[in-house]
Each structure stands twice: as C-alpha cells, then as structure tokens.
Design a protein around this ligand. Structure first.
Ligand code: IMP
Length: 431
C-alpha cells in the first residue's frame, strides 16, 4: 500500500472525510497534521452520519491507528467529547488513537479571543468557525502555548502552569477586549481531570511513526480545510492559521518527504466557501441558492450556509501546482445532475485583461471576473454509477475536461454521500 496525502483543493468542505474513510480500510495509520476542531469531516455509513472534528476519519475502521499530529491545535474538552461520542456508538478508540506531545493545546480562552476578535472586526471579520484556531496558533508561534505533552506533568505542576497561562490570557481579555476574565482555578482543575483521560494517548510522534519512516507501515495523511485557506498560499487574510497545503503534512507529523507518497487533491465538481473573502466564481441569488439546496451545502461544524459557485479551474490549477498533486478526485458530481449547463471558470478577466494564472497578490482576486466555458448537463441521476462506463457521455466529457485543464489524472469520482457511491479511476478518465 502506497502512502497518500489527501488535500483539499478549494476552500475546504470538498468531501475529504468520505475519501479518507474509503481509503483508510487497508492502511496502518491515518494522520491529521494541521488545524483543529474547525474541521468537520462527515462520513455516512448506512443510515448513520458521523461528523469528526479532531479525530482522523480512519478511526471508523477497526484496527487502523490514528494520530493527531504536532501541527494541530487540540481542544482537550472537544477531544474527550469526540472519543466518548465514538465509544457510545460502539467504536473502540482508546488503544489506537494517539496525540503528538508537541501538538498545541487549544484552551477555552482561545475560543473566547476568537469570538471577541471577530466581533471587534465587525463587518471586516474573517468569518472563522469560532473554534479558537487563530489565537491558539498565535500562542504557538509566539512560543507561549501549552502543549499536549504538558498533560504528562504531575497534577500540581500542570495546575500551576495552566493557572499562570490563564492569568496572562486574562490580561489580554481585559486589556485588549475589556472582557471578563476566565475562571483560572476552575479551568485548571478541569484540565487536570481531563489529563487523566487524555495523558495515555500522548506519544512522541517520532517514535510512534518509526514504522512509517522505515517504510514498514503505511500512512494516509488527512488534510483539513483547503489549499485556498492556507496561511501562506491562501486568500490572506481570509484564511485559516495553518498550512493546509502539502508542507503541513511534513511539519505537522515530523515525517520526511519520502514518506508522503501520492499527493491527491480533492475537489468538488463545483465550488463552495464558508466565511468571508474573495470567490470569483460565486453564484449570487437564486442560482447560488439552488446549488446550495442541491448540494446540502451547510457547514458540518457551524451549520452556516456555504457560498456556492461553479468550478474554478484557474484557482484549482494553482492548487495542483502548489501541492504537486499527482492525482485529483472529484466529489459531488451527482449534485449537478439537473443542471442544464455546467460552466467552468477557465480564466479571469482583470480590468479587461485575460488572466490565465491565479493571482496571489491579495488585492487582485476580488477584482477578477470569471471567464466561463460551458458544458452541456447530463440530465440524469449519477448516484447509481459505479464505473466510468456507467456515466452518461456528457458527465464523462466534463470529467475529461477537468483532467485536461488540471493537467492531472482524475483518480476518483464520488457520486453520492455513501461509502459505496464511488467510481475509482486509477488510470484517469480519458480513454
Ligand atoms: P478558522 O480556521 O476557524 O480560524 O476560520 C478561518 C477561515 O477558514 C474561515 O473562513 C472559515 O470558514 C474557514 N474554515 C475553517 N475550517 C474550515 C473547514 O473545515 N471547512 C471550510 N472552511 C473552513
């Protein structure tokens, strides 16, 4: 089994959870490497819907080991609840779920700061998930954050350390935001109790992943969010605070580049975005509402309505390039079943000039207007298709065009939310 990195090619919500679930049956490890509980990976098994925020989607397969890598920001309260939720549904979790000691602890004050900062930015806000992600990463880069490894300290030392952190967070809360302080002793005591549950999961990732490094164990890297939300390469400042692109898989696990294997990008057959920021191919009004309804485009983490639009090949080519994608998967193709035509943004118009390359200068993208090429719709349901040959010619032509314009083979197509509703095309879709 070759290792594989699964990366979102757009603004997140591409359906990575389903893909990781489908591919993790036969791997030794599934590794999350960035982000935190801002992610919402939804997997449908039969009538049951599972939404995972922190724990890798591979946990739904018995025997697969899962790691929350050092590049993540981990809310220990949310992690405990997610473990309990899985156990209540009959999944045995504890001896195969691990958290890297160098992962950053995301504390309740991070969430409070996230909320206050967004409120202060008012209509210029980012539209975050409110999970405290930015403030937690800020604590990491300014070298003040707590880490998962701190949960291994004695109860006394942990309590003292946590109280100290909360007191300094309280200064920020009152000085910057004129907000109420957080109850330092109460939270520290709660964390000490949580540590008893979570400390057994804490590992030195370098040791735990020795088999992956040596090539004797296989790994699937589960990206969260998407390329265009990357802190360095995304639509800054409307981004998340981690590297959602391929570099994050290295720094967020401590594994070397040779461990990555295939780099597979996941793209929706159209495009969505939650939160603010530029979105050139966005459909406003009725057409956008129709796509949102057809695709059930409401956030798994916050329930927010997602902004919807057509596939943006300019931005997607950028995602292929920046990650070195060796294959792409197209999800939710069935959502377009009733569309009379399916447009794709193949270039941008910027002040009357045609742009074929995605602009990374932040102020240019909001001024870009999409130049569309239209494809005929197929007007029939795809949800029962299980092979490329089951697809109507118009749907195949659409996929062939995506393969051609992205310059990368389409290696998988999802035609419904269930595990089985997949067409695997390892050799690409162009015959
Ligand atoms: P944060 O990661 O909560 O700080 O949010 C920053 C931006 O990333 C906002 O636009 C969020 O809507 C977006 N975002 C964060 N996580 C996800 C996700 O899992 N899917 C889609 N968008 C996300």
């Amino acid at each position: 089994m070759r290792n594989r990195v699964i990366i979102g090619g757009q603004w997140g919500d591409e359906g990575k959870g389903k893909i990781v679930d489908a591919l993790s049956r036969d791997v030794d490890w599934v590794l999350r490497y960035q982000g935190g509980a801002n992610a919402g990976h939804t997997i449908h098994i039969g009538q049951e819907k599972h939404v995972l925020h922190l724990i890798p989607s591979g946990i739904l397969h018995q025997g697969v080991r899962c790691l929350l890598g050092g590049g993540m920001v981990v809310d220990p309260w949310a992690l405990r609840d997610e473990i309990i939720g899985l156990e209540e549904r009959g999944f045995q979790v504890r001896d195969r779920l691990f958290v890297a000691a160098n992962a950053t602890l995301l504390m309740p004050y991070h969430m409070r700061m996230d909320e206050l900062r967004e409120a202060k930015l008012s209509r210029h806000n980012i539209g975050t998930t409110g999970r405290g992600i930015g403030p937690a990463y800020l604590d990491k880069v300014q070298r003040t954050g707590l880490r998962m490894g701190d949960l291994l300290l004695s109860a006394d030392r942990l309590e003292r350390k946590v109280i100290e952190k909360i007191l300094s967070a309280n200064e920020v809360l009152s000085n910057t935001y004129q907000a109420e302080p957080m109850p330092a002793r109460l939270l520290a005591e709660e964390l000490v109790v949580l540590a008893q549950t979570l400390a057994p999961l804490v590992v030195d990732a370098h040791v735990a992943l020795a088999g992956v490094r040596a090539g004797s164990e296989s790994a699937l890297f589960e990206g969260a969010q998407g390329t265009l939300l990357d802190i360095d390469h995304g639509t800054f400042p409307y981004v998340t605070s981690s590297n959602t692109t391929v570099g994050g898989a290295l720094t967020g696990t401590g594994l070397p580049p040779r461990a990555l294997g295939e780099i597979h990008g996941v793209f929706k057959a159209y495009c969505t975005r939650v939160g603010n920021g530029p979105f050139p191919s966005e459909l406003l009004g009725e057409p956008g509402d129709r796509l949102r309804e057809a695709g059930g485009e409401f956030g798994a983490t916050t329930g927010r309505a997602r902004r919807c639009g057509w596939f943006d090949a300019v931005a997607s080519r950028f995602a292929v390039d920046i990650n070195g994608m060796t294959g792409v998967m197209i999800t939710k193709l069935d959502v377009l079943d009733t569309a009379a035509t399916v447009p794709v943004a193949v270039a941008y118009d910027l002040d009357g000039e045609q742009l074929d390359v995605y602009p990374t200068v932040a102020e240019m993208l909001p001024r870009c207007r999409p130049v569309y090429r239209e494809f005929p719709g197929w007007g029939q349901p795809l949800t029962g298709c299980r092979a490329l040959t089951d697809l109507p010619p118009a749907a195949r032509r659409y996929l062939e065009f995506l393969e051609q314009i992205l310059g990368t083979p389409v290696v998988g197509v999802s035609v419904g939310r269930d595990r089985e509703q997949m067409i695997w095309t390892p050799g690409g879709v162009t015959v």
